[in-house]
Design a protein around this ligand. Structure first.
Ligand code: ADP
Length: 158
């Protein structure tokens, strides 16, 4: 089986992430969406909240699994027997960071390759922080995130 890992903070998961995931699913038999646990990075939502809302958002999407992991993504990929890691690229500003990350991954696991998918134009401005900023200031973000994420915001507000 041709398996790929799509890792990220997903804090929260947006329709930009969903677009990359859907396109990755046309290239691979199965994709594991991996919520990266980074204790040194301040997050809006807990790992548990991110995993649960992602599972809800992707419940009807076949060939997808949601998991979380603290440590190197390549170690998770190795453990699962995955040879590819998916990442998305928006603007040139993403490139430098992603290139460095890809080089570090190659250093740690030369047998695993990164696959980059370019953001669709309608999602090129969408990031977790942009969504969060809009949402916090009362903008309607329902076209930018899956409804499970809207419910997560709602739950957090109460
Ligand atoms: P990280 O903190 O690991 O960068 P993110 O959740 O911000 O995690 O993003 C995960 C991956 O998805 C990254 O490769 C990022 O560039 C990509 N991504 C984020 N938003 C979009 C978008 N709107 N379109 C395409 N790719 C995106």
């Amino acid at each position: 089986m041709n398996l790929a890992i799509y890792p990220g903070s997903f804090d929260p998961f947006t329709n930009g992430h969903l677009d990359i995931l859907r396109r990755a699913l046309s290239l691979f038999d199965k994709v594991i969406v991996l919520v990266a646990v980074n204790s040194s990075k301040k997050s809006r939502f807990t790992t548990e909240e991110r995993v649960a809302s992602l599972r809800e958002a992707l419940a009807d999407t076949p060939n997808v699994e949601v998991d979380s992991w603290e440590g190197l993504t390549v170690d998770y990929a190795r453990q699962k027997g995955a040879k590819h890691i998916i990442r998305g690229l928006r603007a040139v500003t993403d490139f430098e960071y992603e290139f460095q990350l890809a080089s570090a991954n190659r250093f740690a696991a030369p047998e695993i390759d990164m696959v980059f998918l370019m953001a669709s134009s309608e999602h090129s401005f969408v990031s977790s922080s942009v969504v969060d900023e809009l949402q916090k200031n009362g903008a309607d973000v329902s076209s930018l995130v899956p409804s499970a994420i809207l419910r997560l915001y709602e739950k957090k507000r109460r």
